[in-house]
Design a protein around this ligand. Structure first.
Ligand code: NOJ
Ligand code: CA
Length: 660
């Protein structure tokens, strides 16, 4: 064990150390100049992050990160293949060169801390590690001063932070110097020297979530979501901050499969072999188009009768799960206002959970339970154990949660969802759910930071503007931004598969084919086919077939083509069958793309191709589609058309002899 105290006699001196990525392209230089810590990142000898300072302002203490001397540094090389139980890839590579820097202040209070840097071929990550020490066991962070000094002319693709709809905004682009307000991460950008970066964080626990602002030195800087008391976080030592993560790629499309966030999280510490990904329908969209209500009454959606009808429909449709929203006590009147007393164990008068659960079990359908907290975390936490064991007792293995409202109520105070207290609450739900062998799909969540590697029961989140905003507030470019931005933070429940596109209440701004493309372009460990079953059964079973066929767990993912906010094409191989699925989406611009099938194994595949018809258009001809079948092999390519606001989906089945 390294002994700090023995080295306290060291003199302060300037330091410059370089950590190089395994392939040699990325270099992170760490500097100590006049006792101030900073770093810089270059790729192929071109600067991507210029001199950036590190440190904290603390409440009632002198700032942290100045007046330092380097005590010791420890380099390390790491190479590992990580196996994931579910997700976009079965195996991911965790290879980096690390350097841990042990610093001490030269003057009283002579605090000590470690800065750990990891340099990957496609990312740079670092975190602060603060051990317990004399006179300093707790601290309150007034400000984290981590800078990311990115070229001011870089173009950023951003959504605003600290706004009433949390994370649910449309993406906009601007240059870094034009950033007026704090923005959420992953903050994706294109630098003037042609690289694509995304600033994000990994392993967010017990700390406020990082947003990014332009500081008064014109550098991007961490802006940690504050608590209502004005601090950013209260820490007990030892404490490790979340990883600060800079993803790096040569192209936008390459960025989309950056898995460093997962690599920076720990493996699971308990058995999660019970976790299974799921496709589900729901008593849900009927409420959005006014056919049903969440609240009890004549048109109550979540009645025992409707639940059984939907279970029967799920069986007919070949979908294994059913979400039931509005089953519990608390939806009467203005549910957004009244949710303070919601019960998570008491059902509405016309809903019998035991009966529905028994019926689902006999039909081999998984129920997805629902907890809408309306942000009243105090009320929810009081019931947490009872609520999850109630579902567990009834054989329910999946729960969707929700935190509607601009802020959450914790300890009687309004806090940001993304604050330290919010982060701790969401973590508690994941752990209580895990104890009850329940998987989660969190709506209005905190952003993903890869903790599903440690807690695989966290199968999905919303955490972006989803299809509930359709009917005017989503343009076709939105889903062309997501793969390059929000989806770098993990899977998303976008509530795919709305087929009733020209509904007068909610006109959808996509073509029909694009709705099935989403099952490939937007990964989710819990994937919803969100429309009402009768819409599928009465009108579109030919297209619905793709939703039946597409899996929710993939062996590998290969991004094929795309540009941020314009289009995205991706191929994914199913875990067990060797089948491949390809999906693509485009913005308002129709597009013809050529897909080389060289990702296939040898042999012949049957391609089932669902495309927009030549005259399709998301506004006035969204249903125009063509389904073709043909045999293909890896030496061939497919010429695919995407209409304005459209998309496509392809299933490729290996013939028996392929051995694929
Ligand atoms: C917002 C969620 O995103 C949505 O899916 C849910 O239906 C409503 N809250 C009501 O719980
Ligand atoms: Ca939402």
């Amino acid at each position: 064990m390294f002994k700090w105290a023995s080295l306290f006699g060291f003199k302060s001196q300037d330091v410059e150390k370089t950590i190089t990525s395994p392939n040699g392209r990325n270099k992170c230089q760490v500097f100590l100049r006049n006792g101030q810590l900073s770093y810089k990142v270059v790729r192929d000898d071109k600067i991507i992050v210029n001199f950036s300072e590190l440190g904290f302002n603390l409440c009632g203490e002198s700032p942290f990160g100045k007046g330092l001397k380097l005590i010791r540094y420890v380099p390390r090389h790491h190479e590992e293949t990580i196996e994931l139980s579910w997700g976009e890839d079965h195996f991911i590579q965790n290879c980096y060169n690390e350097m841990a820097f042990y610093f001490a202040e030269t003057k009283e209070p002579k605090r000590i801390f470690t800065m750990r840097f990891r340099v990957f071929d496609n990312a740079i990550a670092f975190r602060y590690e603060i051990p317990p020490q004399p006179k300093f066991q707790r601290l309150s962070v007034a400000d984290e001063l981590t800078e990311f000094n990115i070229n001011l002319n870089s173009i950023v693709f951003k959504i605003p932070a600290y706004q009433p709809d949390r994370y649910e905004y449309n993406y906009e682009k601007c240059q870094v110097f034009d950033l007026k307000h704090s923005v959420h991460t992953p903050l994706t950008m294109k630098t003037p020297n042609g690289y694509f970066l995304s600033l994000h964080e990994a392993a967010l626990y017990n700390y406020g979530s990082m947003t990014i602002k332009l500081n008064n030195k014109n550098k991007l800087q961490s802006d940690i979501t504050p608590l209502s008391d004005g601090t950013r976080a209260h820490l007990n030592l030892p404490f490790e901050t979340p990883w600060r993560l800079i993803m790096v790629a040569d192209s936008a499309i390459e960025l989309t499969t950056n898995r460093t966030m997962l690599c920076l999280n720990e493996p699971p510490r308990q058995d999660f072999s019970w976790v299974k990904t799921l496709k589900f329908i729901g008593i849900w969209w009927a409420m959005y188009v006014g056919e049903y209500t969440w609240a009890p009454g004549e048109r109550h959606g979540a009645s025992t009768v409707h639940a059984k009808e939907y279970i029967d429909a799920a069986v007919r449709l070949g979908i294994s799960g059913l979400l039931i929203e509005g089953w519990n006590d608390g939806w009467e009147g203005d549910w957004l206002e009244n949710g303070v007393n919601n019960s998570f164990t008491k059902a509405a008068p016309d809903f019998n959970l035991e009966e529905v659960a028994e019926y689902a079990k006999n039909s081999n359908i998984e129920i997805v339970g629902h907890h809408e907290t309306v942000g009243f975390v105090d009320n929810y936490e009081k019931q947490l154990d009872a609520a999850y064991s109630y579902y567990a007792l009834n054989g329910i293995h999946y729960v969707k949660t929700g935190y509607a409202g601009s802020q959450i109520m914790i300890n009687g105070r309004r806090e940001y969802h993304h604050s330290q207290l919010g982060v701790m609450h969401y973590q508690k739900t994941v752990e209580v759910a895990a104890r009850n062998h329940i998987c989660l799909d969190i709506h209005e969540p905190i952003k993903g930071t890869g903790i599903e590697r440690t807690w695989p029961n966290l199968l999905s989140r919303e955490g972006a503007r989803g299809q509930e905003y359709e009917g005017g507030a989503i343009s076709p470019s939105h889903a062309c931004y997501l793969p390059y931005t929000r989806l770098l933070a993990g899977g998303m429940d976008y509530t795919n598969g709305i087929f009733d596109i020209m509904n007068s209440v909610k006109h959808i701004s996509t073509t029909l084919t694009r709705q099935i493309a989403y099952f490939v372009t937007i990964y989710s460990g819990m994937a919803m086919a969100a429309d009402r079953p009768y819409i599928y059964e009465e009108r579109f079973m030919d297209v619905f077939q793709f939703i039946r066929d597409v899996p929710t767990n993939f062996e590998r993912t290969i991004p094929l083509a795309g540009e941020i906010g314009e289009y995205y094409v991706v191929a994914r191989q199913a875990r067990d069958t060797g089948e491949w699925f390809v999906g693509g989406v485009t913005d308002e611009n129709p597009r013809r793309i050529n897909i080389t099938l060289d990702f296939l194994n040898d042999g012949v595949y049957l391609a089932e191709i669902y495309t927009d018809s030549d005259d399709a258009h998301y506004r006035d001809n969204p249903f125009g589609h063509v389904i073709t079948k043909k045999h293909v092999s890896k030496n061939e390519s497919l010429d695919i058309f995407m209409a304005s606001g459209g998309g496509f989906a392809i299933r490729l089945l290996p013939s028996q002899s392929n051995g694929a």
